[in-house]
Design a protein around this ligand. Sequence first.
Ligand code: ARG
Length: 276
Amino acid sequence: MKKLTVILSAFLMIMLLAACGSEAGKEEKANGSATDSEGGDKKSIRVVTDAAYAPFEYLEGDKIVGFDVNFLNAVAKEAGYEVKLEHVGWDPLFVELKSKRADAGISAITIDEDRKQTYDFSSPYFLSINKILVPEGSDIKTAEDLKGKVVAVQSGTTGQAAVEKLLGKNNKNIKKFENNNLAIMELISKGADAVVADNAVVEEYAKNNPQQKLKVVDDPDTFDAEFYGIMFPKGSELKADFDKAIETILDNGTYAKIYKERFGTDPDIEKLKQAK
Ligand code: ARG
């Protein structure tokens, strides 16, 4: 009988401990779900892009990938936002932001005075310059040589503006396309003598498609340095949060890591900060 009591009380003790254990477990879970729901409260924002501009944004299957995507995710994480990125195309991107249907746009968008009239930009996150993509044997050696040639550009880009400055605004030799890949296709099918677009884009294309026998011509005396920014509707409250987050990831090495993974070199962080 005594033995039974001992067994019984031992059993009771175990039950009690188990109950305590599961109570503690419950509490932990409750805490866990509290942070989860904090995550769920994260403000979700709709970001639009033109995913036809490798290596910045392009489609892999139906997934949008590229430097801008990695950068955006890092910034949004730092700022505490959940991002829904959507490929809408270049011209629609501006329309969506103007009408405030989208919260932000990322698309290798150059910060320029014209756009600043209508939109707000984050602080600069990438240094770029227009370059000229031509067939290997081309006699185009400088921007000046584009005069008298047929030049393909993506419509509404700084590439278009740069070529217009050289050839004249309504020059019929400037062929404008909805996206930059179509401009490159025009060059390959010999409908154009050159494409003018952002350096990393034309360099990546020439490198990844050696069978097309293309080369890149640069002319830093003619083309201006440009900085990319995340674009917001005018007066957006996101700008302050994003600028703060950009500064943090520039300082804490996250930006450099993302940059190096994509481009294989170190970014000039000081230059970006000076351009602010
Ligand atoms: N940086 C240039 C501009 O802002 C070209 C950007 C084009 N971007 C794109 N995703 N197609 O005008």
